[in-house]
Ligand binder design. Structure first.
Ligand SMILES: Nc1ncnc2c1ncn2[C@@H]1O[C@H](COP(=O)(O)OP(=O)(O)OP(=O)(O)O)[C@@H](O)[C@H]1O
Ligand SMILES: [Mg+2]
Length: 379
């Protein structure tokens, strides 16, 4: 193979002759080599000497063609980890094909770059040559790292937000239950006592009855708001009793047959795992109530190795998971996405399986993390 640029001279051979065809093909190769937008390095496969290098690579590395030609691969700056480069060359001689997704190199100005490096061995006129294709991926790598960094930050932010929201909900739920609920209970008891007392004039009875009715109603509403915000049973007794209560409550809304099964857990789970597992189950059960038109719903909570598995299964109408997910990503709904997000925040995941006419299963798994002594203290 000719490796010098003078092969770009006009073709001298007679058109139609084999020499002419060879010259044309050499010229085409040469043009490709000279104009390629990837670095190309041609080495002698026996001793590792650089036979040729294209302009793109000299620009990328900041070395002139003359500085590179005739040197062994490991004698030039960019591949200065001599032992590693020699080992890579031996590997190439052995395997005839080597690929590095991300190889760090250094330019003549000392700038670190990342390249994708692919080399092949082939024969040219009986000689074995190595062709190395070198693509600068520094920008891509930086963009990927930036993206990873953003996604990490977003996840931290999202976790903080969810935690803050849960703490707030817990405070308001407790306040409603303990303070306002208690005060209303006292009023309720007093009104009942007054109604039974002979000291109260008969014409006041209807007004007392009306007041008692209103207190009963408000008390009921306060309880509901408190439960919907965050049921105290979750913080006071833990995940298992809370899920049992939730399953029964949701099923009763539409007269579903409910079955709940949970393996007893020896210790309280970490607060984040408890909260996120409860929220995933809550959304899955709400979906059953709102969309499934099912006869029954089964909720299981099991320990599997180092994980906690939640399954919510209904025998309702089912749906097309792929289609609904696509719609959800476009902003049509939040439920499935929030289950994904909530499980991921606790270090777990979810999977939706649904068959039209047969029903739906939501599987969620979480790391089995236990509550620390500091977390066990009452809040
Ligand atoms: N158990 C189920 N049975 C039948 N269809 C379901 C079930 N769960 C979800 N779906 C379907 O998937 C769609 C998306 O559910 P998703 O929970 O994301 O949204 P949503 O419940 O409609 O609204 P929201 O954002 O308030 O949760 C539902 O509208 C419904 O068509
Ligand atoms: Mg929903």
């Amino acid at each position: 193979m000719k490796t010098k640029t003078e092969t770009l001279k006009p073709v001298a051979a007679k058109p139609g002759s084999p020499e002419y065809a060879l010259k044309v093909s050499e010229m085409r190769y040469r043009r490709l080599f000279e104009t390629a937008q990837d670095g190309i390095l041609i080495l002698n496969a026996e001793n590792g000497e650089i036979d040729d290098v294209n302009p793109f690579l000299t620009d990328m590395l900041g070395y002139s063609r003359e500085q590179l030609l005739g040197n062994k691969l490991w004698e030039i700056g960019p591949f200065k980890d001599v032992e590693a480069s020699k080992a890579e060359f031996r590997e190439l001689q052995r395997k005839a094909y080597v690929r590095y997704e991300d190889l760090p190199l250094e330019t003549s100005a000392g700038k670190a770059i990342n390249v994708e490096f692919v080399s092949n061995i082939y024969r040219v006129n009986g000689d074995r040559v190595v062709q190395c294709n070198i693509r600068d991926i520094t920008k891509r790598r930086r963009a990927e790292e930036k993206l990873k960094d953003y996604s990490r930050k977003l996840q931290v932010l999202s976790r903080r937000l969810v935690e803050a929201q849960e703490t707030e909900r817990q405070t308001i739920a407790r306040e409603l239950h303990d303070e306002i609920g208690q005060a209303l209970t006292v009023i309720q008891l007093n009104l009942q006592a007054l109604l039974q007392s002979t000291a109260v004039k008969n014409d006041l009875t209807p007004r007392l009855q009306e007041s008692l009715g209103m207190v009963d109603q408000v008390l009921e509403q306060v309880r509901d708001i408190s439960l919907n915000l965050r049921p105290l049973i979750l913080d006071d007794l833990g995940l298992e009793p809370a899920l049992r209560w939730l399953t029964k409550r949701q099923a009763a809304l539409v007269g579903l047959q409910a079955r709940f099964h949970a393996e007893p857990l020896k210790h309280r789970l970490n607060r984040v795992v408890e909260t996120e597992c409860f929220r995933v189950a809550q959304e899955a059960l709400t979906n059953v109530v709102r969309h499934a038109r099912a006869k029954s719903v089964h909720v299981d909570l099991r320990k599997v190795g180092t994980e906690l598995h939640l399954r919510v299964r209904d025998d309702g109408v089912g749906y097309d998971v792929g289609g609904v997910r696509e719609e959800a990503v476009r902003g049509a709904s939040l439920g499935l996405l929030s289950m994904d997000e909530r499980a991921a925040l606790a270090g777990g995941g979810v999977e939706f399986k649904s068959v039209r006419g047969k029903g739906t299963e939501v599987h969620a798994w979480f790391p089995l993390k236990w509550r620390t002594a500091a977390e066990t203290k009452p809040t």
